[in-house]
Design a protein. Structure first.
Length: 290
């Protein structure tokens, strides 16, 4: 048996199970190898994209490449497939662009999306990225990464609009709100003209592995509408998680008793007023705005 391969796999398992990035010394102690051997293995894994170096702190974490590999092999646990019916349902309920995102370091990666049927809508592309701390799907996942990682992240937040939460103390309070209410919101924090709301998706072990959310023009997704949307977004995220665990029940298309659709709203007609929105998904000037 190839000992180098076995050691590399052991290293990957430790990183994949860890809730925080780990340094060479701690990794060496956990798998019983010398630090020089661990460092050499890490460099090889970084070069192949399975491990990422976490900033300048000398720590390492498993990358989203592991999910890509696993999803290719275990088609029955395909996250996009599990979430599809619930994303369809959420689109039908809200008529806003629906996203399925995963966390990769300090960014979200859009792994699936359904476009709003409205003439003015948020634009994204599958495989696109956005800073996690200022989009709803990102905040819905960040809230569960652990206190030490949140504390470190809070000290390197960048501002993109006047609404971006970049103050460390305020950001940590925002994460606590997300945990308490079960969903996250974007109030124009990545692109001023776009808002959003999202909830975390959990795998069968209870770990947050993704987020489902909706985004659209801030004129339609105002703070006053977030509460009305929250139950549907949470239900869709929970349904996607249940599907991952093998629950084959599908959402109904009609509103449940005691619930209502979002009220009818006037359509927005002028894309020129919203530089982060588009009516043409192929427009080269469109930006990532979920």
């Amino acid at each position: 048996m190839n000992n180098t391969l076995v050691k590399g796999l052991a290293l990957l398992e430790v990183l994949a199970d860890s809730e925080r990035p780990l340094g060479v010394t701690e990794l060496a102690a956990r798998i019983g190898l010398g630090k020089s051997n661990v460092h050499r293995l890490l460099q090889a894994l970084v070069e192949q994209g399975y491990v990422r170096r976490d900033g300048d702190g000398g720590t390492y974490a498993a990358s989203i490449r592991l999910w890509e590999l696993g999803s290719a092999v275990l088609a029955n646990l395909d996250l996009r497939q599990a979430a599809q019916a619930w994303m369809d349902w959420l689109l039908d309920r809200t008529r806003e662009t629906v996203h399925l995102s995963m966390l990769d370091g300090d960014e979200v990666v859009y792994v699936h999306k359904l476009d709003s049927p409205e003439p003015v809508r948020a634009y994204t592309r599958i495989g696109g990225r956005a800073p996690a701390h200022c989009v709803a799907t990102g905040k819905a996942m960040l809230a569960w990464i652990g206190d030490s990682q949140l504390e470190a992240l809070s000290r390197r937040l960048a501002s993109f609009t006047p609404r971006t939460i970049a103050d460390p103390a305020e950001f940590l309070r925002e994460m606590e709100r997300v945990r308490q209410q079960g969903y996250a919101v974007n109030r124009g924090e990545w692109r001023e003209s776009v808002g959003g709301i999202a909830a975390p998706v959990r795998d069968p072990s209870g770990r947050v592995v993704a987020a489902v959310g909706v985004s659209g023009p801030i004129e339609r997704l105002r703070p006053s509408t977030f509460k009305a949307l929250s139950a549907d977004v949470i239900r869709a995220a929970d349904g996607a998680g249940a599907a991952l665990a093998g629950d084959a029940r599908l959402p109904g298309r009609e509103p449940e008793r005691g619930t209502e659709r979002m009220p009818e709203r006037p359509l927005l007609r002028r894309t020129e007023a919203f530089p982060d929105l588009t009516t043409d998904r192929s427009a080269p000037s469109a930006r990532r705005v979920a």
